[in-house]
Write a new protein. Sequence first.
Lengths: 351, 533, 328
Amino acid sequence: MKTLPLPSGLLRTLAGQALAFVIALALGAVIILMIDESPVAVFMTLMRGAFGDAEKIAGTLLQTTPILICGIAACIGLRGGMFNVGIEGQLFLGGFAAAWVGFAFSLPPVLHVLVAMLLAVVAGAAWVAIPAFFRVRFGTNEVVSTILANYIATLLTSYFTIFLFKRPGGWSETPPILESAYLPELFSFSRLNIGLLIGIALAIATALFFRWTAKGYAVTMVGSAPKFAEYGGINVRKVGFGVLLVSGAVGGLAGGVETLGVHHRFMEGFAPGFGFDGVIAALLANGSPIGTIFTALFFGALRAGSLLLEVDTTASREIITVIQALIILAVSADLLMRRRGDRTGERRWKF
Amino acid sequence: MDLAVDLQGITKRFGAFTANSGIDLAVRRGEIHAIIGENGAGKTTLMNILFGLLQPDEGRIALNGKAMVIDSPAVAIAEGLGMVHQHFKLVPSLTVADNIFLGMEIRRNGLIDRAAQIERTRVLSQKFGLRVDPSERVAGLSVGIEQRIEILKVLARDARTIILDEPTAVLTPQESRDLFATLRSFVDDGMTVIFISHHLEEVMEVSDTVTVLRDGKVVATRPKTSLSKRELVRLMVGRDVSFDRRPRGPVDGKAALEIADLWARDDRRLPMLKSASLTVRSGEILGIAGVAGNGQTELAEVLSGLRPPSHGSVRLHGQEVLGLAPAQIRARGLAHVPGDRMVRGVDRNASLSANMLMGRQDKAPFSHRGILSWATAHAEMRALIKRFDIRARGPKDPARSLSGGNIQKVVLAREFTAGGDVLLIDQPTRGVDIGAQEAIHDEIMRQRDQGRAILLISTQLDELAALADRILVMFDGRIMGEVDGEAMDEEAIGLMMAGVDPATPVDPSTGIDPIGAAAAPAFPRPPASEEVR
Amino acid sequence: MEVLGSLFNVALLVATIRTTTPILLVALGGSFTTKAGIFNIGLEGQMLIAAFFAVIGSIYTGSSVGGLVIGVAAALVFALVYAVLVVSFRANEVVVGLALNILAGGMTISLMKAIFGTRGSIVGRGIVGLPKVQVPGARDLLGFNAAQLISGYTPLVYVAFLAVPAMLLIYGRTRLGLYIRVVGEKPEAAEALGISIARVRYTASLLCGLMAGLAGAHMSLGYITMFTENMSAGRGFMAVAILIFSAGDPLKVLAGCLLFGFADALSLRLQTFGFPSYLVLAVPYAVALVALFALSWRARPKTIRETLETMRRALSVSPERESSSTRS
């Protein structure tokens, strides 16, 4: 989260990340051995599942899309010193809101998408608004409040889906959205849609915002040195609230993209874990939106590969969450950074 | 010779920086040995080595004639060494007795025996004449009492050699005098005291022997009687330096900053600023003296909008600004050099340019329609590096790569060029080396001569004596009185710093008491002539 | 009235005590880390991994005690990893905690698939649940209804509730408890006195793992003997919420846990009355969230009181009456 990293520091950070990666993969191999599979076979299957052919690559990108958008949401929060772990919940509400606009209203094609997206964004922002308010006004820990809100969001959308808007004859899903609300697909052979481009554009825009705008500067300063920012005349509470709101809005957008682009309806457990994957991707990229493009791609590939893994081997696809968690743990240890001095000092959302 | 502490050739390096270099120190049993030097001369490093908190790279240590390796404080304590740290290490939620016996609890059946600890504390307290209430919680006790507890903590561990690191930094002159009497009584009992300070007066007052450190080396060790103040200064800084009063013209500007009956609370929600009133004119430096923690920080924070006021009025050029946000107050012409520069003044991890940008990120020429121009920012920072003689490689250096004095110059450079004509400067030279101090003082005088109104808060009287046109003294949140800078009466200031009312008491009828602070009057009031209710 | 009568009865109280137990155990565990100055958001994962390994242990050893021991051991391993990363490597505690939670979720599912070849849950297969303790003479002395309240629980229920006074004693009167408090409140004081901050934090972390392990074992071997994917279902996070507003104080932790246990029991109850299960299931989380918000807001009454006081004084006290007001 440095504004201007020194080249030598950057190099050392990269070397540290790489070392952490290797350690995590080694630990992952041990766990794969524990469940009686060959690490090499699992790795090859993952690779084949992720990049085997054009369709598989499209599948990887399809999985990457929500992780990327959720990752951007997390990046925005992290840059402003806010840890939004509630992206999962914002994603669900955004997804449901978009679906509702999609099936309950009939609108001309482009407008329909825009309205659905807008409502998804509003839903995501609204869902984080209360935790955000208490965070900036009373200092209520946003990590815990947004996590708890996730559980409620999941149950609430399930309730909407099953009790209020169930598709007649269907199984815990809403009616399908109208075709006018579909996001355009990129290829004929995959459901991969312009959501990916939205995600990449968002990442670039976010990076440019933080680097080149006065508001982006203010957000970065609030995140890295809040007392300094307050002293310098930045309204720390307003920025913090805004950061969480925008982060929630982007989380809602991810849900909208997933609904309008992939599933074309909302269903119970429609995008499990994308929100958390996004948070992890953002952490792994150390809060850099551009870096998140690559970490999201990595996690997307793992997810896509894991689908084949479940078919071709006896391993469960959750083995990839194990690998993800191990990578995060290894990277968090920050093995090459010598820690000195402030042994009892304040720690930031550093990684 | 009977030596309590004998250090030979102690060298300690931190990376490329040598904090201690070949230091020899011999402390005789039964003396008060002062170690004096500027900030950064290596005093604290040396004491941390002696106490086992740091390991020397080279050198030998002998305690009470025995050569030893002190690899933890436990070893030092076992050998009768005790350390009273500059920053007290007491646990607020525990009682006085619990704090004293922390780490050496008296236990019975595996449980802590509170009654025995309280009794032992009482005995110790009586024996050494350090009055404390053993069963009181530490939270809320005054610093003077906290220091007593710290000393008792050391005595409870049977220390025979006591190290005090800057013990008077937080004390009033009178409290300091009490402390010196206590130290003297220790020595009379055959104990040894090592006293670390950078205050000349104190050292001259209390010590038997003085060791002067400069740049990590011992410059001299002499009996106090053979030293004069002037000599001591020369030894400390390596040349003749005096904060001689800066020449100046008369003050003839209009009132730029007017504060009337200002009240505010501190972080514990206790009244810490009580009915402060003052006026600073353009082209004037108004000094605020006082022991740290007597409301100066609160005053600065309320003025800059960082702390909500309880009551009162603050006018900048006749415009009321109290209660406005920091950005609005800045826009009306206040620039603020914060006392806590590492927390408030800079983002240590950001580049110098990014630090310089704070407060002007949305103003031309640094930004146009919300888009930043880093090229302009770097160019400006490069110019400031030159103008303020900041030792940095370039504008993209992170602030943390600079020394304390240079970081302070970055803050000054930013604030002095921010366009404000009222400067609020809090502790401009704290932790800054002498050379940089002079440069900073020059710059402050230049700002005065350009007609800016300057409110200068400092705990260092010599700094105020050199710079201020008038000096106000704060104690317990109140302004005790005013002294003319031209004919500064140190004795009068010292008394006021200690809370002694100057000849003319503040008129008790000025203002109401909006937050009930007067329930604990700082000075005695005549008994009320009649009960109203 | 009839509905209320059948809703609020002894059975609900008994259910409250049962549902309170796991969250109380894990929250008391978290009290150790909270007091030692570590924000431990990894409770959820420690609980989950313990629940899984308790089931495994119970199947392989054929005894509930074996299951308990193995479950606790698994939680201790997680607690150790947490401590190594947070205390020794000084990694960000929230990041590490979240990663360990994710690891626990993924690992339990992967291992379940690898060992049992199934997804979802493990039921039967020789899982031995914890025995119920009948307090001798309880029924004779108190009658059937009242006896239910104190008798017939698994041993861990008693452990959980007795742990509250035990922990009060630990914090108040033992050296370990004192050191944990000091390390959390003023680490530099501990350091200056030669108390190892790292060692105290490791100890607190492992004690936390122990309690979280018991909580997990209670979940899978207590009243239901099965393991389900993500069966801790946010209880670890609720415990963290409780820890935030209780600051780890055992009595306040107990009060908070009883509140959540009650919400949990009530939501189970309400389901049988035909309320939409999804909404009812959300009740405990909502209670946790509302409590978190309400108590952080309540932490400010002093400010509000002071403001009111200031206003009152400003309005009522005139200069000539000042001397009397200062004396009162």
